[in-house]
Design a protein around this ligand. Structure first.
Ligand SMILES: [Zn+2]
Length: 185
């Protein structure tokens, strides 16, 4: 019995932690954010137009040049460090959790960063939430950096290598077969 109690006690913080971030993304109001609708949340309402423009442009871009997004993602735009920290973003410009949502930090308010995260959302829709752990990283990150048209001519490693590897693969596979081929990776 004691042992069972100990196991339960030890597993609670882990379970709570695993649950914590998706809960914030599913219910951003709980984190003090304003949601304009199901898809757009923000911590600084004075930047709503800018966020909405970034959102619409990225969605149209990904739909047209990468693949059709089935369900429009929820995107949370953080202007303050406190907002980014509440999602544990670290130094990342953005983060996508499954198909629950996307968080963009203060330096991620750029078209290619929002497109990058929307490509991750599309990958999760097409391949399932767990594919990011089971499939090669060069595919996930290389695709997001390449097809978002990230303007940086040289990325920090390993991302530069991931991008080149993806581009070689994509040239041989082509846009039409991207998901069917990705399922075999
Ligand atoms: Zn990424």
């Amino acid at each position: 019995m004691k042992r069972i109690i100990l196991i339960v006690m030890l597993s609670i913080p882990v379970a709570a932690w695993a649950f914590f971030k998706p809960v914030r993304i599913v219910a951003p109001e709980l984190a003090g954010l304003s949601c304009l609708d199901d898809t757009l949340c923000i911590d600084d309402l004075s930047r709503t137009r800018e966020a909405a423009k970034l959102y619409d442009e990225a969605l149209q871009f990904v739909d047209a040049s990468v693949g059709a997004i089935e369900n429009k993602p929820r995107v949370i735009f953080c202007s303050s460090d406190a907002c980014s920290e509440s999602f544990n973003l670290g130094n990342r410009a953005g983060m996508t959790i499954g198909t629950f949502g996307i968080v963009i930090n203060s330096r991620g308010w750029k078209p290619f960063y929002v497109r990058h995260e929307m490509i991750h959302h599309l990958q999760n829709e097409q391949l399932g939430m767990f594919a990011a752990w089971t499939k090669p990283k060069w595919f996930f990150e290389g695709m997001a950096y390449s097809l978002s048209e990230d303007p940086r001519s040289k990325l920090s490693e390993p991302f530069e290598q991931y991008r080149s590897q993806f581009e070689r693969w994509y040239t041989s596979v082509g846009k039409e077969r991207i998901w069917s081929e990705a399922r075999h990776l």
